[in-house]
Design a protein around this ligand. Structure first.
Ligand code: PMP
Length: 353
């Protein structure tokens, strides 16, 4: 740390992204990306239309993109905001709706960026421990007295709340914003986008990084009442009005035009997840009931960290968190059947040794 750093940041613990190795080719099952490429339409839209216009700034209002998704999700354009990945949208949420007098409320085991944003903006928090079985203690999120952040499905557990459970949280927090982070919603959980008309305090955040195969492009979005969107826009226009570049704007529109391709890929991921769960159960693993494109698994006798390291040595990358309560688990992204077959064979070999 240099002596010039603003002392406001001296205790900041930044987010640790999953490994993005460049040393060798891994079977990469560690950051919940899609194993499938973007749709041909997306590749064509980037290559053939927008790339030659990069000398010009992008449209800060994302007019065409917003219009396309308003149609796809059956909401008004005024109810949508796009971000440079959903991390940026989450950042807007913390910046706009939390502060010294408005704490942020989230689970102890959830997406790691929530606590980083709270630290970055010096926001007080109420961190609620998950139950022993890693389910969310719903009652603790009712009348919570601050801005609520829930990943649904949760990460890294993969467990999901039902729509009715989210309605209970919304009903009991009418004077506070409730942010539902649906990064993984396309793999089996219920979305609550259709509730934004009923609950003026609801923000639903989604990403193009998972089911829409666009993690490397950076595109996320949220759905909410117009007033909440305008609050977040104020922050956006104070940070980076051109947050969505031309390529991502074209990619997003083309992705909407090929929605069936992505839905079909999500279906394949769900099938592969069921296959992997069966295979790992047969090897004695305990696995939480995932509704996401990853599973969270531990072996009763084989140490989780050791498993992660041995898999890495053999070219298979999964995600291990050195964190209390979950240090025996590994989070495994659902890849193609070929990738998962290699994973299972490698685990079998490791266990046998
Ligand atoms: N929410 C959750 C729960 C996540 O796990 C992630 C990243 N993996 C994000 C949001 C952010 O994703 P992105 O910025 O790529 O849209």
């Amino acid at each position: 740390m240099s002596r010039f750093l603003n002392s406001f940041h001296k205790n900041l613990l930044p987010y640790t992204p999953g490994e993005q190795p460049v040393d060798m080719q891994y079977i990469k099952l560690n950051t919940n990306e899609s194993p499938f490429p973007p749709s041909e339409k997306v590749i064509k839209a980037i290559n053939e239309t927008e790339i030659s216009k990069l000398n010009l700034y992008s449209d800060p209002e994302c007019t065409a993109l917003v219009k396309r998704f308003a149609g796809l999700y059956n909401v008004k354009p005024e109810n949508i905001l796009f971000g440079n990945g959903s991390d940026e949208i989450l950042q807007y949420c913390f910046y706009s709706f939390c502060g010294e007098d408005k704490k942020a409320i989230f689970a102890d085991i959830t997406y790691g960026f929530y606590s980083v944003f709270a630290d970055l903006f010096h926001i007080p928090t109420d961190i609620i421990p998950l139950n022993d079985d890693f389910t969310l203690p719903l009652d603790r999120f009712k009348n919570a007295g601050g801005t609520v952040f829930i990943a649904n499905p949760n990460a890294p557990t993969g467990l999901a709340l039902t729509k009715n459970e989210i309605i209970e949280v919304l009903e009991s927090n009418k004077d506070d914003v409730v942010v539902i982070d649906e990064a993984y919603v396309d793999f089996g959980a219920e979305s609550v986008v259709d509730l934004i008309g009923t609950y003026k305090n609801l923000i639903v955040v989604q990403t193009f990084s998972k089911a829409r195969s666009y993690a490397g492009g950076r595109l996320g979005m949220c759905f909410a009442d117009k007033e909440l969107i305008n609050d977040m826009k104020m922050i956006k226009y104070s940070l980076n009005p051109y947050n969505i570049d031309r390529l991502s704007m074209a990619a997003g529109i083309a992705a909407a035009d090929d929605d069936a391709y992505y839905k079909n890929n999500a279906k394949t991921i769900i099938e592969n997840r069921a296959w992997l769960v069966d295979e790992l159960h047969a090897l004695g693993f305990e696995i939480l009931d995932s509704k996401a494109n990853f599973i969270f698994a531990q072996h009763p006798t084989y140490d989780g960290k050791r498993m992660y390291l041995q898999l890495k040595d053999r070219g298979v990358l999964v995600r291990h968190f050195d964190k209390e309560r979950i240090s025996n688990f590994n989070r495994i992204t659902i890849g193609t059947k070929d990738q998962l077959t290699v994973l299972v064979d490698t685990i079998k070999a490791i266990i046998k040794e």
